[in-house]
Design a protein around this ligand. Sequence first.
Ligand SMILES: Cc1cc2nc3c(=O)[nH]c(=O)nc-3n(C[C@H](O)[C@H](O)[C@H](O)COP(=O)(O)OP(=O)(O)OC[C@H]3O[C@@H](n4cnc5c(N)ncnc54)[C@H](O)[C@@H]3O)c2cc1C
Length: 259
Amino acid sequence: MAADPDKYMKAPITRRQDYSPTLWSVWMNPPETLAFKAGQYVAFGVENHDKVLERAFSIVSSPYEPELEFFIEKVPEGALSPKLYELQAGDTVFMRKKAKGVFNIDVKSGHSQHFLVSTVTGIAPYISMVRTLALDLKEGRLAQPFRLVILQGVSKSNEFGYDRELIEAVGQYPWLTYIPTISRHWEDPEWSGERGRVDDLVRKYADTMDLTPKDTTVYLCGNPGMIVNVRDIMRRCGFEHAAIKEETYWAPGEGEVEY
Ligand SMILES: Cc1cc2nc3c(=O)[nH]c(=O)nc-3n(C[C@H](O)[C@H](O)[C@H](O)COP(=O)(O)OP(=O)(O)OC[C@H]3O[C@@H](n4cnc5c(N)ncnc54)[C@H](O)[C@@H]3O)c2cc1C
């Protein structure tokens, strides 16, 4: 097997939770600690024709947690995600020993408001941020006042994954707001929350929640089509390029999907 032991470690899956036929979370317990910051990602994958077939995945867990957690979507025609979907507790993946990425909470600008927009699994880095900030505040590592507004768009309500955790967190933390929205509401008659894509709602929430360029950083994560649309909307609202952080999960123009 060609996996270079200097670059990869074998990480066992300890637990798995399914939300829908294509969305699930996994927990892993790698043999070496992976140093990372909330919002970063790590690449992992499986052995395939004597190579590691790997992709990047945002880390859901906080750096303070003992295990690594990921929220994954099976892309039916994809090379890796259908293989990952087959894996159960006890199976292993080859994981890079280094986490990467600069999609972290902006502490440089001095902005006190953070508008976090995502499609489906794009919620992953925001969960890590919420868990980390909550602990940092509780344990006195963070004094600066801030507000996080999370907007998550999916097609149907069984695709949120972390809605329960976020709703509970909103009840505990006055600095957090969570707005889940579904686009295929006609298939989800029980749903009484927001309807429409995040693209349709960002302007409304930016205005009503006073998320202005003066003190707000915008974060966009997930579907490339959403990222392009929302970036343009926020730019028209007066947000500077530097105040919009992006994590694009796949190349624009490829794999157009509903969200
Ligand atoms: C920084 C970063 C973080 C990421 N974090 C996550 C994460 O937390 N969870 C997660 O599930 N994925 C995440 N991704 C996407 C992930 O890396 C893979 O692209 C995804 O798992 C599909 O891989 P694949 O090999 O199955 O598909 P591929 O064979 O690579 O791609 C097949 C086709 O599907 C498109 N595609 C890729 N992903 C999707 C998708 N989600 N929906 C629709 N079409 C898609 C591709 O552009 C291509 O056209 C992240 C990507 C990046 C760059």
